[in-house]
Ligand binder design. Structure first.
Ligand SMILES: CC(C)(COP(=O)(O)OP(=O)(O)OC[C@H]1O[C@@H](n2cnc3c(N)ncnc32)[C@H](O)[C@@H]1OP(=O)(O)O)[C@@H](O)C(=O)NCCC(=O)NCCSC(=O)C[C@H](O)C(=O)O
Ligand SMILES: [Mg+2]
Length: 285
């Protein structure tokens, strides 16, 4: 399995959607510390604002000065706006495209235009075809669109997302199998920090690499859930030290605080420390 190069270079604990037709939010997003942003031309923008939003996004990209990668969510391939959106993103220096409602690998190859792609999995067909979508070389990540998916599946809201669990895990499996990043869905209630934190923990436990967010207040909690605490960094160092001692003594397995450790636990600890070093003090903010 080859890991996509962008999966190695930076953490994506929080990825902030910013509506392309909200100049104030576009301005503010530059000053926030989301790990990446998605400037949205699709569902956050009403049809009559599409052209103006594309102009705003072009200006925001060309102005530069963004602290992290800036992706553009273009309108779907069947729409009247898709081609112009993609061309604008390519010419204006976007880091990549977010393609909505991807249902098969062909859709990605038709629209990709050489930029890395985050493919949104938000339809039943998208979930079923997630492995083939994740296998496309241009695809760097899979994003869950839980609102569209819930509607398409006719599920009811559930505090632990039980009706969506199979799909969430299918996205993680497909992305991880192909060395791509799985990013969890948005949490709609921006005034419910407890619910948001719980959903972040659930996503982290399922194997997601980060959370897509819709409001500045959700960035810090996403970093807390998907980052590394000082205690976790300390434990990772201790695991590596115990593993080093065990190997030096010629052992193939060892115990750490009473529990079995093998090579994969040392690899995991090294990964935790790598994330700690990249995010450092920014983890909880
Ligand atoms: C959800 C919101 C509509 C809430 O808006 P509002 O109540 O007006 O927010 P606040 O007054 O609390 O905002 C405070 C300040 O923060 C700025 N702000 C708010 N949101 C953002 C943002 N996303 N990026 C940057 N800055 C933001 C405000 O401008 C205020 O600034 P200041 O003037 O300095 O006080 C709103 O948060 C919002 O529109 N969020 C984004 C919605 C969005 O992008 N939706 C599309 C993506 S999600 C999706 O499509 C789902 C997916 O496809 C699926 O199927 O699940
Ligand atoms: Mg959607």
């Amino acid at each position: 399995m080859r890991t996509h190069p962008s999966a190695l270079t930076r953490p994506l604990r929080s990825v902030l959607y910013v509506p392309g037709d909200k100049p104030r939010a576009l301005e503010k997003a530059r000053t926030l510390n989301a790990d990446a942003v998605i400037l949205d031309l699709e569902d956050a923008v009403a049809p009559e604002h599409k052209a103006a939003a594309r102009g705003n996004v072009r200006a925001a990209l060309l102005a530069g000065g963004w602290p992290g990668p800036v992706f553009v969510r273009v309108n779907g391939p069947g729409s009247a706006w898709a081609a112009d959106d993609c061309e604008m993103a390519r010419q204006s220096g976007a880091a990549g495209l977010v393609l909505p409602k991807v249902e098969d690998a062909r859709t990605v190859t038709a629209l990709a235009c050489g930029l890395p792609v985050w493919a949104m999995i938000e339809t039943p067909a998208g979930v079923l075809n997630a492995p083939a979508i994740a296998a496309v070389p241009d695809v760097a990540g899979l994003l869950v669109g839980a609102n569209d998916l819930a509607r398409a599946l006719r599920t009811r809201p559930h505090p632990q997302r039980l009706p969506l669990l199979h799909a969430l895990s299918a996205v993680v499996l497909a992305a991880r199998a192909h060395g791509k990043l799985p990013l969890d869905a948005v949490y709609n209630d921006v005034r419910d920090p407890e619910g948001f934190a719980a959903e972040c923990e659930q996503g982290r436990s399922l194997g997601f690499a980060g959370k897509t967010v819709i409001h500045p207040d959700q960035i810090g909690p996403a970093h807390a859930a998907y980052g590394v605490t000082p205690q976790q960094a300390e434990e990772a160092r201790a695991v590596l030290a115990a593993w080093g001692d065990a190997r030096a003594a010629g052992k193939s397995v060892a115990t750490f605080r009473g529990a079995l450790i093998e090579q994969m636990h040392a690899d995991e600890a090294a990964e935790v420390l790598q994330l700690w070093e990249v995010t450092g003090e920014r983890s909880a903010h």
